[in-house]
Write a protein that binds this ligand. Sequence first.
Ligand code: PMP
Length: 405
Amino acid sequence: MSQLPDPLAFLADEVAALRERHLYRPLRVMSSAQGPIVSVDDRRLISLSSNDYLGLTHHPRVCRAAEEAVREFGAGSGAVRTIAGTMAMHEALEAELAAFKETPAVLTFQSGFTANTGVIPTITGETDLIVSDALNHASIIDGMRLSKAPRQVFPHGDVDALREILREATEQGRPGGGAYHLILVVTDGVFSMDGDIARLPEIVEAAEAFGAAVMVDDAHASGVLGRNGRGSVDHFGLHGRVAIQVGTLSKAVGSLGGYVAGSLALREILTQRARPFLFSTSHPPAVVAACREAIRVMQDEPELQDRLWANTRRFKAELTRLGFDTGQSETPITPVMMGDQETAGRFSDRLIEEGVFVQPVVFPTVAMDKARLRTIVTAAHADEQLDAVLAAFDRVGHELALVTG
Ligand code: PMP
């Protein structure tokens, strides 16, 4: 057999270069269910790496709902929503989510990622302007790339800069002449790498002053902020003033999916135009049933959200007392700043040896010298597990001279 040259041979060089620069991230393979304790490489580790805020990935009611749905409705939906993939349960989930979010309507997507890449290019075009926070999630950035609308980025959390962009855009209009048709201000509700909360009341006020619409991506606020985890709009009492709320069903809700909450007309146009909705198969029954039950559990068991916050407060306070820098976090996402990626990688490896599973986050997910360990304590962590985690952080912190005293 003749040996043809491999046209993709350059990929191996790219991987080698990543390894050399400590930017290669091996996949850690779990052989257990998600939860506060996981098995990685045949070791039992306390995990601070999941987004399973409320422990709903393994909640008995949620699992039972999924099992019953498989038995009654099968393993898959078999089609995209617009052809033969809309089951009564898909519509029921959306009605229940709309009631939960206190919005007129909801449309679900296959993920939070596809919710963003679906909604943004559907509602914006050449005559519009998108104004985005510099630290918005990759799926918002991709959604903007798929839109024909021009975009402007304001420095993270800088509402004065946002106001200036809005002022200029409304005073000067479009470069080709005429006013912008829609100005859409987009922000994460909780920023996924820093754990800080968007200054939503000020953002909404600025947008209202210039007739702009606000879209908030509540992936990390769902289940975490607001009554029963209704999100950042509820947290700040801004109902009716945020045109679009994106949420995920993949983190606190414990399963998989995303949704867009807003007006009925928004839902309707998305059912006609949003490409992930039109061209990708709908959720299987088990996922829909799990999400529906999880939304009920969130309302029936508010103690889960209370426990999440109690654990969060304790963990942050103790890390700070031990001398770690936890950045600007205000939520259960607690970054532990490491500086360079090599230290972050070594710290994470040593924690695994100490029985704690925490992943480093390095460039390009965060800026080059802002490498960090990204931790999330959940409602499911027991006090003794947090004791063990903090002791391990203390030991490794001293060993790598990241903390003193
Ligand atoms: N938006 C934000 C802010 C996120 O952090 C994430 C998940 N990393 C997503 C959207 C995507 O959500 P999903 O995992 O449901 O695709």
